[in-house]
Design a protein around this ligand. Sequence first.
Ligand SMILES: Cc1cc2nc3c(=O)[nH]c(=O)nc-3n(C[C@H](O)[C@H](O)[C@H](O)COP(=O)(O)O)c2cc1C
Ligand code: SF4
Length: 463
Amino acid sequence: MSVTYKAGKEPHEKEYRLIFKNVDREGWDTSLDTYENEGGYEMLNKALKMETQSITNEVKASGLRGRGGAGFPTGVKWGFIPPNNTKPVYLICNCDESEPGTFKDRYIVHQDPHQLIEGMVISCFAVGAHTAYIYIREEFPEAATIVEKAIAEARAKNYVGKDVLGSGFDCEIYVHRGAGAYICGEETGLIESLEGKRPYPRIKPPYFPAAMGLYLAPTIVNNVESLCHVVHILRMGGEEYAKLGVARNTGTRILCVSGDVKKPGYFEVEVGKVTFRELLFDMCGGPKEGREFKAVIPGGSSSKILRCDESFKIRQGDSEVNLDFMDLPLDFDTLAAAGSMAGSGGVIVLDDSRKMSWVLNNINHFYAHESCGQCTPCREGSTWMRKLSDRIVEGKASPTDIDTLESVAYQIDGKTVCAFGEASSWPVEAIVAKFKDELVSETSTNNDDAILTPEEASATKYL
Ligand SMILES: Cc1cc2nc3c(=O)[nH]c(=O)nc-3n(C[C@H](O)[C@H](O)[C@H](O)COP(=O)(O)O)c2cc1C
Ligand code: SF4
């Protein structure tokens, strides 16, 4: 069936729409009838007749890597449930979408909720979970209403609930609304929150959710987009799915582009098949009038910034190639080799009108506000980084403040309970490393009053 999209919302020719096929589609709505008319829930029917291990094997063969941030292989994660487990297994769909710059999961839930529900029930069947939760951030009230309605419709048709489609498999899905905190996107913080507690992340090991998650039982936490891919993997077969994208970086993924481009928005592309040049110039229309691209934060605010005039040595197969920033393909491995990460797919673009001190300060305010406060390096360090960048933007910093800022970041990185520590310190480390001259140019040795007091200097040393 040919698919048409609403005027002005047509996908770019370089897109490959799998997950977003129905987003902004003419004549599409969120009802079960509409979803069923196009083969909806047929893959669930197929899955229920398969061996559960075969489903996991298909997901492994697909090479799918989690779309929530870390890019961990989904099938491998599913395989971590202890084989001798006697406790209930849970599945959690992470719909916190809290990483700044990311806006894809909300469109899936708003416009195609049954795709997610079908992916979840198949995944539950594969991992042996009879109870699943969709954890939705507080700021998505409409999404919660839409998905609750869709679950009720799916239950009425026996796609969810007792004895799903007469298979003997029971599966209930509950929607749980968060109270609005970035750290509830971190899977163990999310689990604590779901248990009704303050979302203090748990330390790993031992609390890897697949072994010790919700109520200390094995729990698979997957991102919304990751769970939707499961439906397409079953339809196409794992091996066929793996032909999309590039080696080790398979399938499609949704990139969310925001900031200083002519046409910001979401774009679903084959992983690694599109370069920054294609994304920023062809798909997003290039920089705004009279401006030039300066830097890009490629995978949500916690990923390390890349300069648009940088070049990188990247391993491709057996050889190493030199690539300018614009020629980097956006896949997990290339962005890691370039010293950053693909993360959540939130591409934040900055042009030459942006002062890096402003960018840094904006990010530091966010992380200082969102630290859960459980561990000292993160709680104190994120506040110190904010105070130091406040001083730079206020014109009150001395050059030594930049060194202090960098030193505080390195005292957080790798020394905290959860990866928020890296999320808050990596942007600082990268911005200072790549834009030090610009930052220093905003300081003055005359700012003696801004130089840390001996007490403050000592506080920043012993985080
Ligand atoms: C501070 C922090 C915030 C996170 N926020 C999100 C989020 O909003 N959504 C998400 O899916 N994953 C988020 N993650 C990653 C999750 O911990 C987890 O890895 C992910 O939900 C697993 O799903 P996936 O394997 O399908 O990617 C966050 C991680 C950290 C450290
Ligand atoms: S690193 Fe930060 S967010 Fe994570 S547990 Fe420690 S204080 Fe909380």
